[in-house]
Design a binder for this molecule. Structure first.
Ligand SMILES: [Zn+2]
Length: 468
């Protein structure tokens, strides 16, 4: 990648608040395209007293800055110097924020591409835990002249840059730079720091629009990456563009793992009904075919509804379908492909009328309707045809906890009859969840799918919680 001019910069200040605190010293190392480095620094009169402990930390006293230029006096020349250069600092958000604020007070708006050396170090050495300046000095053998003075600290960053550039393969170093500098352009209504605190853990993210209207709920095992992918410039999905334009606020909820994220997502989509979650939004009239034996001992599929029957406990249940129409279409298709009788299935005419069904005339029925096929044969073929749609019976006498994660980050997802009752992180929360749960929570198709998939995982820890 092409980097024309770099400015490694460090500020000393009277405190940590970029609005109420002031700059006391600026130090920078300016590096041209040919590698020529120019050092520059100046004390700055903050026009307010420096707190004693800050004087102790930096060694910059009130007396030292008394006759120094103010920021307003330094601003025009400094502004010109920084123009068009890549701004590089350690915890760059701090220095960049301070500087932008000071420039704006001086009537000189300032904006720049920014590279944070903390993030650079983290990207290049992801297994190291510490990335503060002292750790970097030790790790890379940098030479510190006067720690906590602006020019000395700026020079450390320049040294770090040279060590990394020389010591790492070019594609690794440049790759890290590229990914850090290609910041996705943030949606215009989002605060600039909106993405800073999104962890790269499993969890659920919520996008809100104006007046906190829920726009979208999504889940990922890597939250940060997933949220950023919505705003990538090469991600030109119309839906994402519309989302970006409407987005005002992002909320994230961490979970211990993927199952928790899936369950929470399904629940939030149902509760909040975000405008962009069309696919999951409506459950409709959840139904399934249930095989029943009539008075003559014939086996018939009868449509059962989740609103009336307990799908978690029902046997001989096949589905699931979001509407009655879909259920009938599916059964009709099975009848066609398995040469089942439409009359016997209740999809045509009346059972027991002894009139041949339409399919018999087309030679697509084996004749159970007119006694040419034994009913038990037809039943066996019907059960075989439906086998793939079999709804599993809840395999426990009561609720169980699905244990996900470990240590501090352990989630216990409480489920019963294929229904998700909630997630607990402690024993107390667990028992109060069980106490509060309704005697028959609503059966939900998304949750059923998530749970039946999760339960087939061999590594899943399951804790029986007894019949409730
Ligand atoms: Zn028939």
């Amino acid at each position: 990648m092409k980097l024309d001019r770099l400015v490694f910069l460090d500020l000393e200040t009277t405190g940590t608040n970029p609005v109420s605190d002031r700059i006391t010293e600026i130090g920078l190392v300016e590096v041209d395209a040919d590698g020529t480095a120019t050092h520059w620094s100046s004390l700055v009169n903050p026009e307010v007293p420096i707190p004693a402990f800050i004087q102790g930390l930096t060694g910059i006293s009130n007396a030292m800055v008394k006759d120094a230029p103010t920021f307003a006096e330094l601003a025009p020349a400094l502004h010109e110097r920084l123009q068009g250069a890549l701004f590089i600092a350690h915890n760059a958000r701090f220095d960049y924020g301070f500087l932008r604020n000071a420039f704006s007070e001086a009537g000189l708006p300032y904006k720049s591409d920014v590279l944070c050396t903390v993030k650079l170090s983290r990207a290049l050495f992801p297994t190291e835990r510490k990335h503060n300046l002292d750790s970097l000095i030790e790790r890379h053998g940098l030479k510190a002249n006067a720690r906590h003075r602006a020019l000395a600290d700026a020079d450390l960053l320049w040294q770090l840059w040279q060590k990394l550039n020389a010591g790492l393969p070019a594609d690794i170093f440049n790759g890290a730079l590229q990914s850090l500098l290609q910041r996705p352009s943030l949606p215009s209504h989002l605060p600039t720091d909106a993405l800073d605190h999104i962890p790269d853990t499993p969890g659920v993210y919520l996008f809100y629009g104006e007046n906190d209207m829920p726009l979208y709920v999504g889940k990922s095992v890597r939250l940060r990456q997933r949220v950023l992918s919505h705003f990538n410039s090469d991600h030109k999905l119309y839906k994402d563009m519309r989302l970006s334009q409407q987005l005002y606020r992002i909320e994230v909820r961490e979970t211990a793992g993927e199952i928790g994220a899936l369950l929470l997502e399904a629940q939030l989509v149902k509760d909040l009904q975000p405008v962009h979650n069309r696919l999951l939004r409506r459950q409709g009239d959840l139904c399934a075919w249930r095989l029943k034996d009539d008075a003559r001992g014939h086996t018939l599929p009868v449509l059962a509804h989740a609103s009336e029957d307990d799908f978690g406990r029902a046997e001989r249940l096949y589905g699931l379908f979001s509407t009655k129409r879909k259920a009938e279409t599916a059964l009709r298709e099975l009848a066609e492909s398995h040469q089942l009788c439409l009359v016997q299935l209740g999809l045509e005419g009346r059972v027991g009328s002894n009139k041949p069904c339409f399919n018999w005339q087309l030679k697509r029925c084996k004749g159970v309707c007119i006694g040419k096929e034994d009913e038990s044969f037809h039943r066996a073929r019907l059960e075989a045809a439906l086998a793939n749609l079999h709804v599993k019976v809840w395999p426990w006498p009561g609720a169980v906890g699905l244990v996900e994660g470990e240590g501090d980050r352990t989630d216990i997802h409480v489920v019963n009859n294929w229904c998700y009752l909630g997630t607990a992180r402690s024993e107390d929360a667990l028992w109060s969840l069980l106490e509060q749960s309704p005697s028959r929570p609503a059966f939900d198709l998304d949750t059923y799918k998530i749970l039946s998939r999760a339960l087939s995982r061999k590594d899943l820890k399951i804790r029986p919680l007894g019949p409730q």
